[in-house]
Design a protein around this ligand. Structure first.
Ligand SMILES: Nc1ncnc2c1ncn2[C@@H]1O[C@H](COP(=O)(O)OP(=O)(O)O)[C@@H](O)[C@H]1O
Ligand SMILES: [Mg+2]
Length: 398
């Protein structure tokens, strides 16, 4: 049985004071214990400017907290990582922050980053707060009633509604020469609308901290979402093709509530776990795997065909993001509420596209500020050091 979405969201209760659960399947064991703990808000050294409200998610090195920006009275999400950060990785972090600031400002389906903070104890990435929780929680909730939808957690219409938004976000990243490399349900969050907008988050801000640790796999993906070329590590891989594979896994999990290729035991750190996934990927088509036997029959022919092309073991012949967009399943006619919401989204997106044409939202000045801030983050705080703000993406509030 898949741990793809059941466990992490055990902790999830919208609007409650409880933790929003793990961001990755293989971390969820730690978080079970947190469930009963009363959440007292820790001191991140944010001072008067931010009121810390509740924990939204926990990753390898960082925590994301809902806060209120007292200057604007707006709710924001702040991803916080403890100082000092190793100097060797400030480049990686800077890159990740830039990506979110640049791309999030340019696309409605990518979470928007406002600024980076340096406190006595932490580095914080301030983002727009996306109130609807992550897709893990969403799919988990739907899983209970899946029999009423022909065994699907999310039916194909609704899945297509979300999948289109995801693919638009990924297309935008690829156009800007960025591969996400960690696409999964945990890294897609939903807003408060009905039907919700999907936003891609997590470009590795926190994971970069852990990147000197033994295995690189933490940084480049979650085993169940990893393409075969990534696991085998034989030749170089193309981050864009890896994104396509992972998006296929994401679609499959949305529909069926289980992984198409599953770790035989939870012991993923063991390369045997990775190997077992790889064997499933290359041995036979996903449709012929006994594990997926009952699943396949629940999907339409078009949907199976698209998944087939995304789960192409050969990255050279694997369908591309543009190919996905041209595929008939992608543009299947949807119920009116979805079509209307998507049309509205696309119209707003076009307005943004014309505003930022030419990528003129990137700022040299901001990059330099960021560099200075990250340099400071590598050393212990000076006595009496105060909160620093580096505006990214938007005009800084000062
Ligand atoms: N901007 C945001 N608004 C609301 N929730 C968020 C936001 N960013 C992250 N989260 C929540 O926190 C979790 C972890 O965030 P993520 O960026 O994926 O960090 P990590 O590197 O720890 O995986 C997400 O799965 C989501 O539930
Ligand atoms: Mg994440």
């Amino acid at each position: 049985m898949g741990a793809c979405c059941s466990s992490p969201a055990d902790n999830y209760e919208p609007g409650s004071k409880q933790a929003a659960g793990s961001s990755s399947a293989h971390h969820h064991h730690h978080h079970k214990n947190q469930k009963q703990e009363a959440q007292k808000t820790p001191d991140f050294g944010l001072g008067e400017d931010f009121e810390v409200i509740k924990l939204l998610g926990t990753g390898g090195e960082g925590e994301t907290w809902l806060c209120v920006d007292q200057r604007t009275k707006r709710e924001v999400a702040i991803k916080l990582v403890r100082r000092p950060i190793p100097r060797s990785i400030t480049q990686i972090i800077q890159r990740e922050i830039k990506i979110l600031a640049d791309l999030g400002d340019g696309h409605l389906n990518i979470v928007h980053a406002d600024e980076v903070l340096l406190t006595k104890t932490h580095v914080g990435l301030v983002m727009e707060y996306v109130a609807g929780g992550n897709m893990v929680a969403f799919v988990t909730k739907r899983r209970e009633m899946r029999e009423s939808r022909g065994g699907l957690c999310i039916d194909e219409d609704e899945a297509s509604f979300f999948f289109r938004q995801l693919i638009w976000a990924v297309q935008f990243c690829h156009k800007n020469h960025v591969a996400h490399r960690d696409l999964k349900l945990d890294n897609t969050i939903l807003d408060h609308r009905d039907p919700p907008r999907l936003k891609l988050c997590d470009f590795g801000f926190a994971k970069a901290w852990a990147s000197n640790s033994n295995m690189d796999t933490m940084r480049i993906g979650t085993p169940e979402y990893m393409g075969p070329e990534l696991i085998s590590g034989r030749a170089g891989y193309d981050g864009k093709k890896v994104d396509v594979w992972a998006a296929g896994v994401l679609l499959f999990v949305m529909l069926l509530g289980m992984f198409p290729f599953e770790m035989e035991d939870e012991n993923y750190v063991n390369t045997a776990g990775l190997y077992s996934i790889w064997i499933q990927q290359i041995r036979t088509s996903w449709q012929e795997s006994p594990h997926n036997n009952s699943a396949v029959g629940k999907l339409t022919k078009d949907c199976r065909d698209l998944l087939d092309k995304m789960f192409d073991v050969n990255q050279d012949s694997r369908i591309t993001i543009d190919g996905i967009i041209r595929h008939p399943w992608f543009s299947r006619p949807l119920p009116e509420k979805y079509e209307t919401a998507l049309a509205q989204l696309q119209e707003e997106q076009r307005a943004i596209d014309s505003r930022v044409a030419g990528g003129n939202y990137r700022s040299k000045e901001r990059d330099a500020q960021l560099q200075m801030l990250l340099d400071k983050a590598t050393i212990p705080p000076a006595a009496g050091e105060n909160i620093l703000l580096a505006g990214v993406g938007r005009t800084p509030h000062n």
